[in-house]
Design a protein around this ligand. Structure first.
Ligand code: FES
Length: 109
């Protein structure tokens, strides 16, 4: 039996819908969320807004487990949303996981 803290998940598409080192955006209750696929087929999800000046991270360049913002090149960690030094800031992460080749995004508390 699930407890009150169980996470609900929403199927937001297939892994193969996102090119490696690419991203797509998903509309959510907190606004657009960028879902990233890395070269090693990991998936990560971040609010689609850079902590610097709200650049769209979904349009950034994915390298390793980071994304470089398209506006002023801040580097944001995909796992934690934290900007790499010397920059300072944090974007909200959204829980995401793979089930087979389907991408499941946390649908809320
Ligand atoms: S808005 Fe992302 S680096 Fe400036």
């Amino acid at each position: 039996m699930d407890g009150v803290f169980s996470q609900t998940w929403r199927d937001v598409g297939a892994l193969d819908d996102i090119p490696r080192q690419g991203a797509r955006t998903v509309a959510t209750a907190i606004g657009p969320v960028a879902v990233f696929r890395t070269l090693d087929d990991s998936v990560f999800a971040l609010e689609d807004s850079c902590p610097h000046k709200q650049g769209k991270l979904s349009q950034g360049i994915v390298h390793g487990h980071s994304v470089t913002c398209p506006l002023h090149n801040w580097v944001i960690g995909l796992a934690d949303g934290i900007a790499a030094a010397p920059d300072d800031g944090c974007t909200k992460t959204v829980p995401v996981r793979l089930e087979g080749r389907r991408i499941l995004l946390a649908a809320g508390p």
